[in-house]
Design a protein around this ligand. Sequence first.
Ligand code: BGC
Length: 355
Amino acid sequence: MKKVFAVVLALVLTFSLASVALAAGKVGVAMPTQSLQRWNQDGDYMKSKLEAAGFEVDLQYANNEVATQVSQLENMILNGAQVLVVASIDGSALDTVLATAKEAGIPVIAYDRLLTDTQNVDFYTTFDNYKVGQIQGQYVIDRFDLSNEAVKGPFTIEFTAGSPDDNNAGLFFAGAFDLLKPYLDSGKLVCVSGQLDFQTVATPAWKSETSQARMDNILSAYYPDALTGGQKLDIALCSNDSTALGVTNSLVAAGFTKDNIPVITGQDCDVANTKNMIAGLQAMSVFKDTRTLAEQTVAMVSDLLSGKEPEVNAEYDNKVKMVASFNCTPVFADVNNYEALLIESGYYKAEDLAN
Ligand code: BGC
């Protein structure tokens, strides 16, 4: 009996020592919300890749509430996190809790969204956000052949941008707008509502319901007879898929079909939007492979904890300092390349996208 106990004890000790040896450090991962598809994927990838690299992970979602995210970060610090990875809700609202991390010697990586108005952020991993907007803007230029002198237009366009508290939202909008502005100036593109500045076209919390309600208003005020030969809407430039989904729902509810729906842009290749691309309702999206972003971030965490200098290839001004960043590359996606991009790469299964 004693012998059996000794063997069991030895086994337990061996396993617990092995797991101690395996835990290369504890990482707090703060995600904004589970209500938008991509953050669930980001959270899952970060957790599994960090665990595969031997880290212990404290993953939290904050339901899009800044106060919840602050208290989650406080708890991560109290519970001994050695690195914090933060995808913020309001990138400018975390300075105080980040200062606590700084005092405790915990490095902070801003994940996807820049942490602004603070000294207390060390690195940033993201996609080239301005480039995302440029991909959308260039698509509109190519699709309507705007750079061709012989094409006179005018084509009508309405803009829908992202959440004003997310630093990315301004970059996406600027990337697209800067390319399209010459055509708005020359009159080849016309925004009938006149709603052209970022604050006016922004969508707090990136909510589909909000972009849907705004498009409902724009349609009834400026394009009431679009389906019966009146003022037509050609383009709905949307910064991402959650806002594009709301805009598409509004247009479909107003009676548009795949045969006459305006050209709608997006970003993220969310499942619902990829289905809409396949169904001919959304023209394009921008694929940001969150597996790549997670890999880069895990590599950065490993480097930081082993005293190596992380790899960077860009920098962003957070209004207080320049933050060294690793930018991943966003990729154009539409109905012609989604299979190779999303299915063959294993991002989605074919059945996930069945309508
Ligand atoms: C991300 C986008 C996403 C949006 C809403 C942004 O910060 O970069 O990929 O569509 O947030 O979740």
